[in-house]
Ligand binder design. Sequence first.
Ligand SMILES: *Cc1c(COP(=O)(O)O)cnc(C)c1O
Length: 415
Amino acid sequence: MDFEHVRATDPAVADALLAERDRQRDSLAMIASENHVSRAVLEAQGSALTNKYAEGYPGERYYAGCEHADEVENLAIDRAKELWGAEHVNVQPHSGTQANMGVYLAMLDPGDRILSLDLTHGGHLSHGHPANFTGKTYEVEQYEVDPETGYIDYDALHEHAEAFDPDIVVSGYSAYPREVDFERVQEAAEAADAYHLADIAHITGLVAAGVHPSPVGVADFVTGSTHKTIRAGRGGIIMTTEEHADAVDSAVFPGAQGGPLMHNVAGKAVGFEEALQPEFGEYAQQVVDNAKALAGRFQEHGFEVVSGGTDTHLVLVDLRESHPETTGGEAEEALEEVGIVLNKNTVPGETRSPFNPSGIRVGTPALTTRGFDEEACEQVADVIYRVVDAHDDESVKAEASDEVDALCEEYPLYE
Ligand SMILES: *Cc1c(COP(=O)(O)O)cnc(C)c1O
């Protein structure tokens, strides 16, 4: 991974690529939506398939010369079907957002109604935020988590669905640490005669491994990303039933996209093959065990953990109780200085601005890929607490930085 060809043409970009590789090696990626793919996935994504136009679907392309593209896409589809048990899979969405766009475009008309979780409570931009195409195209109302417990209030969601009469109810979140009860969301959607889109972007890998209940077979549509808890490279995926297969496929192409990124589809195929191996099940379980270890240790230190813990790969810390003077932004910045990269996040009942909110979101997928176990994660929790608690103290940060360096060496990446 030394980018010799890039260097010969373009030293500036080669320098940046090397520096990025080193940044990932020498810091701890704890952004809950990030992970590290294998060299095999990187190679597939860097392949000559980036040159190929393959508009259409396997066996029915608009261009000649698609036999290898067909093979790769069919492999990605077959493996996805095996991983998630879906009847129909579309692996062409360029991202999770475009997977959602595919579903909305397939089933909704402009002005139709979406009921989804509020962004500051853990929802996603593509679920109806005013700045997103969804907020501009559809009529959106949002539900919230119970501010006391941090859990989705399914009764309130059900009532909201009956009152609002949406065309689609969206479940699946960006910053929700608890198991999602897809059956209860389905009941709410059915009560309103609405479709149910389960967006499992964050937990795609956890669902594939069976460490989180699956919405496949429950919700009408399941969308996901392929780069968060599953390590198949950046992209999106849609799963649905035979009934909606044609509508979804034509919404993705030609509805929302042109030619698929076939090199990324190759990355998906390779990453899915890796996820079909028994070790992936162990990995996914370890991701959750590590997040639980992190949450437990945070609580021992006195951090308030939203919902009192986690069932998934992420922990949401509300700093208002333990550190009322410290914002999520300050915490994020101090932690980045010592080599722990995570993000500030809004918390349920947020009282600050989304640009400098009251919480931090901490994820374990990338660390687990590097081999971290519970004990190592507890050590990281100790470092995080110390740095947040004394975020202006240079000697505390210098010591923390040394500890992070030692951990990065102990758990190497892309050797
Ligand atoms: C990450 C995420 C997506 C997809 O995001 P992209 O950046 O477009 O791939 C979609 N929905 C949710 C809930 C997410 O967390």
